[in-house]
Design a protein around this ligand. Structure first.
Ligand code: DDH
Length: 287
């Protein structure tokens, strides 16, 4: 009967779990990519998609996936994230029903869980938007700056001091690249496993300025292989922030609990979920 509308495919939890499994299965497909995993750069993509949110105007956030377009893709803070977007193209091709904006956030959730992090509850329903929804440059933090800047940037998204420090723990993962941000090196000795080591190292190591021609960054005095950005060091230079650094350095379970909650909040900033949207937790593949 030609009057019957074609049946729309309505994806369910099981369908999103399949996308999760596909991403998980590919994280380590290129051995020579960084430390052997695309996990860290996928977390950074999900964060930079979300961290453009401005609570006053309701603009930005992960709804839209506007980093697909110039000018947002060309913002200095987003340098190198093409690697993450390109990584996800074959996944999008295999599951064309998922929006880019849901896919990028699902990839961030998957990467955190597969790198031994806490469960991050997820809701689907982001819609892709066009180039007109791109956010202006300057909404993401500048690594050369300190606590006042961090508060300006993260208060604008709606976070408090505890949440800012919990979010920074993501720097247990991944590394800086001279051809992306200009900075160099990893924050921890296990950049593909999420732990509270970032906080422990901040407190326990002696940090000195790295002597080089690149942008000002710190290195650990002992091995000179780890790094901290000026913006990382700001959270132990500020008294209020430092109290939370101590809490998370002393208690990995507490860090995981708070990290999960704050990352869920970050990934949902500005997303107009339909009423009654279910919250899902994906089963890790790597567990
Ligand atoms: Fe970050 N981050 N980030 N970051 N970030 C970089 C890499 C990674 C800042 C600057 C940089 C968060 C907060 C901050 C991750 C996650 C998160 C790099 C290096 C710079 C620079 C990029 C490169 O050269 O490839 C600054 C400044 C802040 C801040 O002031 C608070 C947050 C909140 C997160 C998060 O995910 C919640 C991850 C993961 C990486 C590693 C990427 C990779 O390719 O490896």
């Amino acid at each position: 009967d030609s009057n019957v509308a074609p049946k729309l495919f309505v994806p369910k939890f099981e369908d999103y779990q399949k996308v999760y499994n596909e991403i998980a299965g590919r994280l380590e497909e290129k051995e020579d990519y960084d430390d052997g995993s695309y996990g860290p750069v996928l977390v950074r993509l999900a964060w930079h998609a979300s961290g453009t949110y401005d609570k006053e105007t309701g603009t930005g956030g992960s709804n839209g996936a506007t980093m697909r377009f110039s000018p947002e893709s060309d913002h200095g803070a987003n340098a190198g994230l093409k690697a993450a977007r390109d990584f996800l193209e074959p996944v999008k091709a295999k599951f064309p029903w998922i929006t880019y904006s849901d896919l990028w956030i699902l990839a961030g959730v998957c990467a955190i869980q597969e790198m031994m992090g806490p469960t991050i509850p997820y809701r689907a329903g982001r819609q892709d938007r066009d180039v007109a929804a791109c956010t202006p440059d300057g909404r993401l933090p500048d690594a050369a700056q300190a606590q006042d800047h961090l508060r300006n940037i993260f208060y604008r998204m709606g976070f408090n001091d505890q949440e800012i420090v919990a979010l920074c723990g993501a720097h247990a993962l991944g590394r800086c690249h001279t051809d992306r941000s200009g900075y160099s090196g990893p924050w921890t000795f296990s950049p593909t496993v999420l732990t509270n080591d970032y906080y422990k190292l901040l407190l326990e190591e002696k940090w000195q300025w790295k002597k080089w021609n690149g942008p000002k960054q710190y290195e650990d005095k002992k091995t000179q292989t780890l790094m901290m950005l000026p913006a990382d060091m700001a959270i132990i230079q500020d008294k209020k922030f430092k109290e939370w650094v101590k809490v998370y350095a002393a208690d990995n379970d507490k860090f995981f609990q708070d990290f999960s909650a704050v990352v869920k909040k970050l990934f949902e900033l500005g997303v107009p979920f339909k009423e009654g949207t279910e919250t899902w937790t994906f089963k890790p593949v790597n567990a």
